[in-house]
Design a protein around this ligand. Structure first.
Ligand SMILES: Cc1cc2nc3c(=O)[nH]c(=O)nc-3n(C[C@H](O)[C@H](O)[C@H](O)COP(=O)(O)O)c2cc1C
Length: 191
C-alpha cells in the first residue's frame, strides 16, 4: 500500500505534522510505502488558469516540485493532507497546492452537471486540521474541502485538534495522534 503525506504547515514538527507522523509511522509499521511532501520546502507555482489540463492534457502543464505530488495522488492508496488553520482557512501553502489539483478534475461533466475526477476511485484521504480556536469554530473549512475531496472519490476521514495554544508547536495533540494510529490500524491491518 502506498501512502503520500502532504504537509501544509511550515512547522516540520508542529501539531499537524506530528499527528500526520503518528499515522505514517503506524502505516510504515504495517509495511506501507510512505512518501512525505513538505510543501513549505518545495518550489512550486499556483495554478496559472491556463486550462491546458482541460483543453490539451489530462494533467497539469506546469513542471515543478508539485508534479510528483500530483502524479502520486493518482497512484497512492492513501493520501494524508494536513494543515494548520490560518485566518479561518487552510494555510496558503496548502491552498496553493489544492488549486493545482484542478488538473485532476474533468470539467466536461455529464448531464447531472457534476464535475468528475481523474483520480481513480477507491482511495482514502485523511484531512488533519489544527487550530487554536474551540471545536465549533472553523467547521466550514471541513465542509468546504470535504466537497472537493469527495469529488476525488475519497473515503474521507477527518482528524481535528482544537483549542491548541498559539505559538506552541509542541502542544498536546495526543488524542488526535491516537485517532490517527487507530485509523492506520483500521486501514492497514488486513494489508
Ligand atoms: C498566520 C496564522 C494564522 C492563524 N489563524 C488562525 C485562525 O484563524 N484560527 C485558529 O484557530 N488558529 C489560527 N492560527 C493558529 C494555528 O492554527 C495553530 O497554532 C495550529 O496549531 C498550528 O498548526 P501547526 O503546529 O501544524 O503549524 C494561526 C496561526 C498563524 C501562524
Amino acid at each position: 500500500m502506498k501512502v503520500i503525506n502532504v504537509l501544509g504547515s511550515p512547522r516540520k514538527k508542529g501539531t499537524s505534522a506530528r499527528i500526520a507522523k503518528s499515522f505514517t509511522d503506524a502505516a510504515d509499521g504495517f509495511g506501507a510505502q510512505v512518501d512525505n511532501f513538505y510543501l513549505n520546502g518545495m518550489d512550486y507555482s499556483g495554478c496559472q488558469a491556463c486550462e491546458q489540463c482541460h483543453s490539451k492534457l489530462n494533467h497539469c502543464v506546469l513542471i515543478d516540485d508539485l508534479t510528483v505530488v500530483l502524479n502520486e495522488m493518482r497512484t497512492a492508496d492513501v493520501v494524508v493532507f494536513s494543515s494548520p488553520v490560518y485566518m479561518g482557512d487552510v494555510s496558503g501553502q496548502f491552498k496553493q497546492f489544492l488549486d493545482r489539483t484542478w488538473s485532476h478534475v474533468n470539467v466536461d461533466h455529464g448531464n447531472d452537471g457534476a464535475f468528475t475526477s481523474r483520480v481513480p476511485k477507491g482511495k482514502t484521504a485523511i484531512f488533519i486540521l489544527c487550530q487554536v480556536d474551540v471545536e465549533k469554530r472553523h467547521t466550514d473549512i471541513v465542509e468546504r474541502y470535504t466537497e472537493l475531496f469527495e469529488l476525488f472519490g475519497y473515503d474521507l476521514r477527518v482528524i481535528r485538534a482544537t483549542g491548541l495554544t498559539s505559538g506552541a508547536p509542541d502542544g498536546d495533540v495526543s488524542t488526535a495522534q491516537r485517532q490517527a494510529i487507530e485509523l492506520a490500524h483500521e486501514l492497514f491491518k488486513n494489508s
